[in-house]
Design a binder for this molecule. Structure first.
Ligand code: TOD
Ligand code: ZN
Ligand code: ZN
Length: 383
């Protein structure tokens, strides 16, 4: 029996509904139970007289966003390819009236996206650069860009993932883009007023073939900066370099990027807490508020300027990989090179939180859908 007297607000009862639904989530798409009926059909609340006119519509939209993110992350890499991700984005656009642009490889070449395309080169699958736009009916007060790392598989490239690196789990390396597309679905349904929101994913695979990038190659990103690729497994930041440059060119007020970027964040914070970095104190405060309302744990990490030295290259403007120590911090410092300094920016490293092997109640073991709720809440708090 749940102690109902502890529930004192609409938000609390909505969170309760959200938790009930999300903890009952099951994914039988890839086994022979695939035709089974849904396990949870209806949640009935009794004795809610003290709350008049509770609306569960938004709760439902948010759950659908989280569930989409979970499905995208859990889908194996032969199913969720860059092309399939672009199709999923098109479906969101069609269902909720967003604008969509899918840039093909040649269009990315024309934009000079040498960092993103260097990663995609070693795969037989075409990269797909996805850009969804949610417009506002009323005049735009604020422009926002949400950017997600979208590696549908990360083999490591020639710096192949060996030993205990869990190469067989690397379908989850698109967890950031799953959160961004999940948020696009939820926000497409919620339609927040006065905001123009861009959802950006540079989707591709990090694979090995005869044309794959070599460790040691020097490439040029779309903002003109050159990068020595000293480790092909630090590919996420390369795709984000061009995605962030693209986002920056849209002149948004703020950018949030989410990425399963580093093992170092897992060492630092474990699997229950994501790390974030920001160049703006207000953004730090707002993100902490949103994540605590959403029930997704988030901890601020430092943009330690002295660690920038770790990215110095003898041949190019920078290397893509710094020393092992502070690895998630140098990753954030690398990203900071690819957008206009006047834009408020936050980077969330979800390498630890996007997947769980434990059954944690609200998220059954597997993909968690981490990030969707915080992003949506952060945007809802702007109303
Ligand atoms: C790294 C910069 C990126 C890579 C990350 C990835 C690591 C893994 C697990 C601790 C390593 O040992 O090489 C680390 C540290 C736990 N690897 C990473 O962090 C090469 O997993 O591939 N990102 O795209
Ligand atoms: Zn990698
Ligand atoms: Zn990766």
């Amino acid at each position: 029996m749940f102690p109902w007297e502890l529930i004192n607000s609409q938000e609390e009862i909505q969170s309760f509904g959200e938790s009930a639904r999300l903890s009952a989530y099951k994914d039988n798409r890839f086994n022979s139970k695939r035709d089974d009926k849904k396990v949870l059909k209806e949640i009935e609340f009794l004795n809610l007289n003290k709350f008049k006119n509770i609306n569960f519509n938004e709760t439902e939209y948010i759950c659908e966003g989280v569930e989409l993110a979970r499905r995208l992350v859990a889908a194996p890499p032969n199913s969720l390819t860059p092309l399939e991700m672009s199709r999923q984005a098109s479906k969101i656009a069609k269902d909720h009236g967003l604008e969509i642009k899918i840039l093909e490889k040649n269009e990315c070449e024309d934009l000079g996206m040498g960092a993103y395309l260097a990663v995609a080169k070693g795969s037989d699958l075409e990269p797909k650069f996805i850009h969804l736009t949610l417009k506002s009916k009323s005049p735009v007060k604020e422009k926002i860009a949400l950017v997600g790392k979208g590696l549908t598989f990360d083999s490591g490239g020639y710096n192949l993932k060996v030993g205990a690196s869990q190469i067989e789990m690397m379908k989850y390396d698109m967890g950031g883009s799953a959160a961004v597309l999940g948020a696009a679905k939820a926000l497409g349904a919620i339609k927040p007023d006065g905001l123009e929101i861009h959802f950006i994913v540079a989707a591709c695979e990090n694979m090995i073939n005869g044309s794959a990038v070599h460790p040691g190659d020097v490439i040029k990103a779309s903002n003109g900066k050159t990068i020595e690729i000293n480790n092909t497994d630090a590919e996420g930041r390369l795709t984000l370099a061009d995605a962030l440059t693209y986002a920056s060119n849209l002149k948004p007020d703020s950018i949030i990027d989410l990425a399963t970027l580093t093992g170092a964040i897992v060492v630092a914070l474990g699997n229950d807490v994501a790390g974030f970095w920001t160049n703006n104190n207000m953004m730090a405060k707002d993100l902490k508020t949103a994540s605590s309302q959403a029930g997704e744990e988030l901890w601020q990490m430092p943009l330690q300027k002295s660690y920038k030295d770790g990215l110095k290259s003898h041949i190019a403007d920078m290397k893509n990989t710094g020393p092992r120590a502070g690895g998630s911090i140098t990753a954030a410092l690398f990203l900071e090179e690819f957008f206009d300094k006047n834009i408020n920016w936050a980077h969330i490293d979800i390498a630890g939180t996007c997947w769980t092997d434990k059954n944690k109640g609200i998220h059954p073991s597997g993909a968690t859908g981490y990030g969707v709720k915080t992003l949506v809440q952060w945007i809802k708090n702007k109303r």
